[in-house]
Design a protein around this ligand. Sequence first.
Ligand SMILES: Cc1cc2nc3c(=O)[nH]c(=O)nc-3n(C[C@H](O)[C@H](O)[C@H](O)COP(=O)(O)O)c2cc1C
Length: 191
Amino acid sequence: MQMSLLDSVKLRKSTVTFSERGIETEDLNLLFEAARWAPSSNNQQPWRFIVGKKDEPEHYNRLLNCLNEGNKIWAGHAPVLVLTITEKTFDYKERENIYAWHDVGLATGNLLAQATSMGIFAHVMGGFDKVKAREFFQLPPRYEPVSVIALGYKGNIRDFAPELQERENKPRERKNINQLVFNGIFGKSLF
Ligand SMILES: Cc1cc2nc3c(=O)[nH]c(=O)nc-3n(C[C@H](O)[C@H](O)[C@H](O)COP(=O)(O)O)c2cc1C
């Protein structure tokens, strides 16, 4: 099925019911290809990614061990975990890049939309130990860990514990567009 870009954005969902099916290397490559073409302040491209695949348990488990307990429960089923990292210093004059996190978010957004268009689910997590991640992955001082993304295909919901089934079935919610988009002045809805 060919998806429109809007479909890839709207149908994305932070699943908690991953199947164990792995992601082919060529497909993983497409996800990072989408990420690397994101725009960035000064074209610094501050994003870096550390990938842990379940079939290489040493790398995978290091990432899994950084997660909060509540995330470990479901994320441990995903075949791929990715640590996103940002470079917080510009090459130019070694100044602080205050857009470093913003730009990793843009790259992550591209990755998520590409994943959805390919039937791959992605669940971003902020719930992980940043100190541990920095240490485990030996990040140089100008880099900061940002998020961990669980990637994989969706499993059969009936194979999961009732709490996860309930979470998975919860409707996704968003603020209304008239609360978000203003016409020329703050608070006056455009739509
Ligand atoms: C920066 C960030 C951090 C998040 N941290 C977690 C997390 O630690 N655990 C979790 O289960 N979900 C986490 N989420 C997922 C959000 O809860 C989810 O995106 C939100 O509830 C909307 O649901 P949806 O993604 O299915 O539309 C995070 C999402 C983002 C973007």
